[in-house]
Design a protein around this ligand. Structure first.
Ligand SMILES: [Zn+2]
Length: 403
């Protein structure tokens, strides 16, 4: 397969996570008697431009139309969006009536924070979450973003001062068309802000469970620079943010329209020193992942053999990469507790572990709870303790920790 950014056929495999179903393809009870479709899940790096990516892309129609994730269920993300919107309004001097577009707007949470400033908003999202946005009076185009959609928006609303895409750029299959659409949509001095999982965090903190089919690419700044350059834009600011266990936020604009800040060089140097380009960072990562799998399996199987009950906390997409890769099924993990109404009553893809209401954790008090939403552990653990859970938590990565 050719690289998504530079187009060269120079991908080298770093880590093979096996054949897996899409990690958000939760099953209904009636699906259990049917076979599941699985796809290769292999993490690779382009030796030419340095972009980390999967070497197989699942048809997006199969991944995103029935997306069962709602931004409004994630408090940390809501705080991030609110802060981001406040800073965008101030920094880029957004005025009443200016247009702000959010691509991959989900339930409209991010856009809702523009409302107090009188900024005109528009969301674009292909999933069923768009219905929630519309119900909250956030104008939303229920479709995949593309050059064609961008042209339609410009025709009807004019060009945008700010376009945001949080946790979207890694998912897009037609990257070139998407980027052409962003260029089309932006005002001459308009700003495109993109947040994506940062591959440096993924490697450093052993977040191999962030690798799943929805995430086609795992960005670092150097390949992103090459991507924007290709479409007449340039990144003028970049920073690391804590979302999803560590993300990179880049600010881009049409070439020459804004001065390039120090943050850009700082991150480029960091990536170089870390060994992302020609260094040993990826090879070491793969070796650590394989060891982590063995450590986790060993601990869990020992406890299970000793008669202890183990359940999972949360049923996030990433949890399924971990459960499927480590082969932890319902014979070992009794159930996953979840707050999202959309997932309760369903079964995890691949391992088919039932997803149940959180109340069962408190009623049954299993000895161990595997923290699958480990990125929210700091927020979740004290909350679950306060609500009365007396067992121990297993944090799976970067090292297996019991607390
Ligand atoms: Zn490349």
């Amino acid at each position: 397969m050719a690289c998504y950014i530079c187009g060269k056929e120079n991908l080298v495999s770093v880590l093979d996570l096996g054949q897996q179903p899409p990690s958000d393809a939760f099953l209904r009870r009636e699906d259990l008697s049917r076979p599941e479709v699985v796809y290769p899940l292999e993490f690779c790096v382009c030796q030419s431009c340095g972009l980390a990516q999967l070497n197989y892309a699942v048809d997006p129609e199969k991944l995103f139309r029935d997306y069962v994730y709602n931004t409004a269920t994630n408090n940390a993300l809501k705080v991030n969006f609110k802060t981001l919107v406040g800073s965008l309004v101030g920094r880029f001097n957004l005025k009443k009536g200016d247009l702000a577009v959010d691509v991959g707007s989900n339930d409209g949470t991010l856009l809702s924070y523009y409302m107090p400033f009188g900024v005109k908003v528009l969301g674009v999202d292909p999933s069923s979450a768009a219905k929630l946005a519309l119900a909250n009076n956030i104008p939303t185009i229920n479709d995949f973003f593309s050059l064609e959609v961008a042209k339609r928006v410009v025709k009807e609303n004019g060009r945008a001062k700010v376009v945001t895409a949080t946790n979207v750029l890694a998912h897009v299959i037609g990257l070139d068309d998407f980027m052409a659409g962003i260029y089309e949509l932006l005002d001459a001095e308009g700003v495109f802000v993109s947040e994506s999982g940062y591959v440096l965090d993924l490697v450093e903190k052993l977040q191999y469970d962030s690798i799943y089919h929805e995430h086609l690419r795992y960005y670092a700044l150097r390949p992103l620079n090459i991507l924007f350059d290709k479409f007449g834009m340039e990144i003028f600011d970049a920073e690391r943010i804590p979302s999803h266990g560590g993300s990179i936020r880049v600010y881009a604009a049409k070439k020459g329209s804004r001065e390039i800040g120090q943050g850009v060089k700082g991150l480029l140097d960091l990536e170089e020193r870390f060994g992302l380009y020609g260094g040993r960072a990826y090879a070491d990562f793969a070796a650590r992942v394989r060891q982590n799998k063995l450590d986790l399996q060993k601990f869990i199987l020992e406890q299970k053999s000793a008669g202890k009950k183990i359940v999972g906390i949360g049923a996030p997409a990433k949890g399924n990469t971990l459960l499927n890769f480590c082969r932890l099924g319902p014979d070992i993990i009794d159930y996953l507790v979840e707050k999202s109404e959309l997932k309760i009553g369903l079964f995890s893809p691949g391992m088919r572990i039932p997803v149940v209401e959180e109340a069962r954790l408190f009623a049954e008090q299993p000895e161990y709870a595997l923290m699958l939403s480990w990125n929210l552990a700091d927020e979740l653990i004290p909350k679950i303790r306060r609500n009365g859970y007396k067992g121990k938590f297993i944090i799976p990565t970067p090292k297996v920790i019991i607390k």
